[in-house]
Write a protein that binds this ligand. Structure first.
Ligand code: F6P
Length: 318
């Protein structure tokens, strides 16, 4: 069997561990494996490289993706599909593993509907892909944010200041919520459950009354820029907050052990599914289990916020 593997969309720490798992599991099962460079953009251009055991040596701990990645509006609007199909045919791929976020799952569905044997696995720091509790890269990003917020807290305490810290997540709040709980933030603002600025100000005031030395507000980029939140707080309460936008540091770095293990499990399972002549499948996790879902259902759904986690954040930030 000839398998292809590509990484698509925003890079996420652990993508390399997933590539390694696909390549090693494929070769273990006597498959030929080809890496497609630059995601769907590269697939449309037929950019391929043979993968042997050595090609994935020494990458399990590296961030980014050795295959590179790309965002491909041409594929999403359907224009790139014919060239991608032609490349799959010319390369003679019997199966393709797509490693990426929700946009990549939708692209994988387009390929599957056009007859390509595709399996998709979730890799995005946003953790917003339905059908899986976890996505590759999320744990690393939460840890990176936690480390940064801890540092900001040191200076916040020293100068008795409040901070608004903006984190990524595109239009979802999974990353902000997990980071907020992990850092004990006083307020966590996410797009799915809007919080009134009055409540944010009340919490800040309560903190001051209790002689708290600092306050941390985590805002998901999908809500508003951190500076806008700081301006609104100033306008409503007169309180001055400093602003930190964490930006792309959240996407880089060596993957945590949890992300490496997750990537290894999902990558290997993807190969097992293709070897069993099954496809159009998304592989994720539920609890501690590896689970399979219909790719179409995943591509059409939106991942809900974990309500228990949101409530936990509310209770603990009293
Ligand atoms: O999807 C991952 C992500 O980092 C989002 O959190 C963020 O909104 C987006 O990618 C940024 O995209 P780009 O790398 O294209 O600027």
């Amino acid at each position: 069997m000839h398998l292809g593997v590509l990484t698509s969309g925003g890079d996420a720490p652990g993508m390399n561990a997933a590539i390694r798992a696909v390549v090693r599991a494929g070769i273990f099962n006597s498959c030929r494996v080809t890496g497609i460079r630059r995601g769907l953009l590269g697939l449309m251009a037929g950019e391929a490289q043979p993968m042997d055991l050595g090609s994935v040596a020494d990458i399990i701990y590296r961030g980014g993706t050795i295959l590179h990645t790309g965002r491909s509006p041409d594929f999403q609007n359907g224009q790139g599909l014919p060239s991608a199909l032609e490349a799959v045919r010319a390369l003679g791929l019997d199966g393709l593993v797509v490693i990426g976020g929700d946009g990549s799952a939708r692209a994988a569905l387009k390929l599957a509907q056009a007859g390509v044997r595709v399996v998709a696995i979730p890799a995005t720091i946003d953790n917003d892909v339905p059908g899986s509790d976890d996505s590759i890269g999320f744990d690393t990003a939460v840890n990176t944010i936690a480390g940064s917020v801890d540092r900001v807290r040191d200076t916040a305490t020293a100068l008795e200041r409040g901070f608004v810290i903006e984190v990524m997540g595109r239009d979802s709040g999974h990353l902000a919520l997990a980071a907020g709980v992990a850092t004990g933030a006083e307020s966590i603002l996410i797009p799915e459950f809007p919080t009134s600025m009055d409540l944010v100000c009340q919490r800040l005031k309560r903190g001051l009354e209790r002689n708290k030395l600092h306050s941390i507000i985590i805002v998901a980029e999908g809500v508003a820029p951190a500076q806008v939140v700081a301006d609104q707080v100033k306008e409503k309460s007169g309180m001055e907050l400093r602003v930190t936008v964490l930006g792309y540091v959240q996407r880089g770095g060596s993957p945590t052990a949890a992300d490496r293990i997750l990537a290894s499990r999902l990558g290997e399972h993807a190969v097992e599914v293709l070897l069993a002549a099954r496809h159009g499948i998304f592989i994720g996790t539920r609890g501690n289990q590896t689970v399979e879902c219909d790719l179409e259902q995943v591509a059409r759904a939106r991942k809900e916020i974990d309500q228990a986690m949101f409530r936990l954040a509310h209770v603990l930030s009293i």
